[in-house]
Write a new protein. Structure first.
Length: 757
């Protein structure tokens, strides 16, 4: 009897391309599936799971399949059920935390817990650690509990129990908390968790490691149980998860890991790209299967993304390709400033909407959450529905709402809700008891809380320490209020946030999200500069926050690049590609070349979210910390293959050159002025020079002076023409142009009218 071909016996194989099929049919030994963006890795992984069951290689209970999210686990379960035309019961499929918790409950007594242990959420963790710190006499102001907990969780992610933390990694938290004392806190925290029969999420994996390392009989049981291991998003695992998988894989060695080293973008939360890079070393004889055929993006987009990521050294290497259309070139657009960028994106979206394209198929991807504000405000003006994915809208973010509460009390002492919000933020010893006294007096006298506070500090109702703190709080507001008429309101906001201790609260917070919160506060100050008065700004914010998102509308998506992973859209706007912003200067300062490669992977992820159209933009000027500063295009723009991009710019801002943009302020026009690229601007400090396809003059980058301009002087601007200087603020000029109206410009981009030729 003739043997049936595999595709006849297993018809689901016919839907796979050659590489996907190789990933499915290579069942024995270690396998690494390098799955590029949009290459059908989920199909390959779920088909492999089904194939193991259909061929009888394993029963459901003999397969361990690990994902990073419950959504991915649910999708995997549904796809396998559809493939087999029946639900699958009894297998081990879930997230790392879910599988680890399941194992731990079976063997809890072996590590000193009962099987009914409680898993604490973040609030409970902080409360418990705070109690331990208080017992040790450690003040939360000097060593914030969130920062201490962040360090503890980082150790757990590396699989380090208190007794295993190397001396070199036991760094302290400032002068208040030495490394040895921090380790002692960690040990006390773990002991207290055991006493409570509880653990946190980090403990789930940490206790599993302890269990497998100290109880060989337990590990051997799971070696016998699991014949096949499958791991999704392998590039995102941390050290603890890596060690756990290696221990489990020692049994049958049938481990299949699916991931993409070019999409490893979570180093800031413990992911180690080295785990996937050394797979062949960890598992000698491993088979590496590359999924390179892309089913999502056009040829131009893939070529641009592949050319960019090729600049990374730490990668295994693959090149995406498609049998689909070559498509449009990736557009690179230079704009005058951030507001112009937001207007440009809004106009592009409206144009596509008029052509019948759905807003839900368009997305704006930014490097930091603070960048969303300009787009949000522009879309509100245009009436374009939008949603912020993976986070709150700008004015709804916690730190922004806190800062707005300070400003509202400054503008109107009768604002009770705002006053109550900031009374003890940052903590100043004015807790529930003080607030209760204030409410009692305010209700009895029918006065605002602020006025009640003024009266209360004149009595002995409060403890002396609380009375002094409340008096200082009120005195600060009176002093700040006295500055309103003589201090620009953005500057006053900075003074208020600094002197109140609110900025320092986030500066001292070592949590991963603290730097982003500080950036949002700076962006709030930037937003204030667009309004003539504090009252005008607060009224604007109130109107913005009145607009309630309507569910079910066709909406544009705005999100950070990190939040975009796993998503795809027809049109993607990649905004803010400027040095210092993207790649992030903070990341480069902290981690150097390692961070640069992760930032480049982030750019690659952004590009490969686009199906048919990718538009990159950057601004020549950015409002940073309340001041205008020239910006230079990101080095990543330099690295895009020139044959797959199309460069363009605002009229009059850039002059076209054979190689791309020529950025020529009028001082340089018609002269032999030296022209510099972004790469040359960076290399200047190294004494090097190189050519670039985007050119920026050295004067535009390096000369933030006011150029000697004064109020009333006549000037000329290449784009806006002749005008008169109305205001001078450092390198920023307010100019009333004869034809273009009033504009804010950088001094280095104008020249005295009598020198204009």
């Amino acid at each position: 009897m003739p043997i049936q071909p595999p595709e006849e016996r297993f018809p689901y194989l016919a839907a796979l391309n050659r590489a996907q099929r190789e990933a499915v049919e290579t069942l024995d030994g270690p396998v690494l599936v390098l799955a590029g963006a949009g290459t059908g890795k989920t199909r390959a992984l779920t088909t492999r799971l089904g194939h193991l069951l259909v061929t009888g290689r394993a029963t459901p209970g003999q397969i361990l399949a690990v994902t990073f999210t419950n959504k991915a686990a649910r999708e995997m379960r549904e796809r396998v059920a559809a493939l087999l035309n029946r639900p699958v019961e009894g297998w081990w499929l879930g997230t790392f935390h879910a599988i680890a918790a399941r194992i731990l409950r079976r063997h809890a007594e072996r590590i000193g817990l009962r099987s009914d242990f409680t898993i604490l959420d973040t609030d409970d963790q902080q409360r418990l650690l705070k109690q331990i710190m208080a017992a040790e006499g450690i003040e939360d102001k000097k060593a914030p509990v969130r920062a201490v907990l962040g360090i503890v969780q980082a150790w757990k992610d590396k699989g380090l129990a208190p007794e295993k933390v190397p001396a070199g990694q036991a760094r302290g938290l400032g002068a208040e908390l030495s490394g040895s004392r921090l380790l002692a806190l960690y040990a006390a925290y773990q002991e207290r968790l055991r006493t409570l029969n509880a653990c946190d999420f980090g403990d789930l994996m940490l206790h599993n490691l302890t269990l497998f390392q100290t109880c060989p009989d337990v590990l051997e049981d799971y070696h016998r149980r699991f014949r096949y291991l499958l791991v999704d998003e392998y590039q995102d695992i941390n050290v603890g998860q890596y060690l756990w998988l290696r221990l489990l894989a020692q049994g049958h060695r049938n481990i299949c890991c699916v991931g993409d080293d070019d999409q490893s973008i979570y180093g800031w939360r413990g992911a180690e790209v080295d785990n996937i890079l050394r797979f062949e070393t960890d598992f000698p004889g491993a088979k590496v299967v590359r999924l390179e055929r892309n089913y999502r993006s056009t040829g131009r987009i893939l070529a641009a993304a592949s050319g960019l990521i090729a600049h990374n050294k730490g990668r295994l290497g693959k090149t995406l390709w498609t049998e689909g259309d070559e498509g449009e070139k990736v557009r690179v657009r230079g704009l005058w400033d951030g507001d112009a960028e937001a207007r440009f994106v809004g106009e592009e979206i409206e144009d596509r909407q008029r052509k019948g394209l759905a807003l839900s198929n368009m997305a704006i991807l930014v490097r930091t959450g603070a960048q969303t504000r300009a787009f949000e405000e522009r879309f509100i003006t245009l009436g374009l529905p939008y949603r912020v994915v993976g986070g709150a809208r700008f004015y709804e973010r916690l730190e922004v709402r806190d800062a707005l509460a300070y400003l509202r009390v400054l503008a109107s002492p009768r604002h009770d809700l705002a006053f109550e919000r900031i009374l003890n933020k940052p903590k100043r010893g004015l807790g529930d008891v003080t607030l209760r006294h204030l409410h009692t007096l305010a209700r009895a006298a029918d006065i605002p809380l602020y006025e009640a506070a003024r009266r209360l500090v004149e009595t002995d109702e409060l403890r002396p320490a609380a009375r002094r703190s409340l008096a200082d709080f009120l005195a600060n507001f009176e002093r700040w209020r006295g500055m309103i008429d003589n201090t620009p309101h953005p500057e006053l906001a900075e003074i208020l946030l600094d002197e109140s201790g609110y900025t320092a609260m986030w500066q001292n917070d070592k949590a991963p999200d603290a730097p982003g919160r500080l950036e949002n506060l700076k962006e709030l100050v930037n937003a204030m500069a667009e309004f003539d008065t504090l009252a005008g700004f607060l009224e604007h914010v109130a109107l913005v926050m009145e607009l309630i998102e309507t569910q079910g509308l066709d909406m544009v998506s705005i999100m950070t690049l990190h939040a975009a992973k796993g998503l795809e859209f027809d049109t993607v706007f990649l905004s803010g590609w400027e040095e210092g912003l993207f790649p992030s200067q903070r990341a480069l300062d902290e981690s150097g070349l390692r961070a640069l490669e992760e930032e480049r992977r982030l750019a690659y992820v952004g590009l490969t979210r686009a199906r048919t159209r990718a538009i990159i933009s950057f601004a020549a000027n950015r409002l940073m910390h309340g001041s205008w500063a020239p910006a230079i295009p990101s080095r990543f723009i330099d690295e895009l293959p020139k044959e797959h991009i199309e460069v363009e710019s605002d009229s009059g801002l850039y002059g076209a050159t054979a190689s791309g943009f020529g950025f020529a302020p009028p001082q340089e026009a018609g002269t032999a002025g030296e022209r510099w690229s972004p790469g040359m601007a960076r290399a200047r400090q190294r004494g090097q020079r190189r050519d670039s396809f985007i050119e920026v003059t050295a004067k535009a980058i390096d000369s933030p002076s006011d150029g000697g301009f004064s109020k009333g002087g006549k000037v000329f601007h290449q784009k806006f023409g002749y005008g008169r200087v109305m205001k001078v603020e450092g390198d920023r000029l307010d100019i009333e142009f004869d034809k273009a109206g009033r504009k804010k410009v950088i001094a280095s981009f104008v020249q005295p009218a009598d020198q204009a030729g």
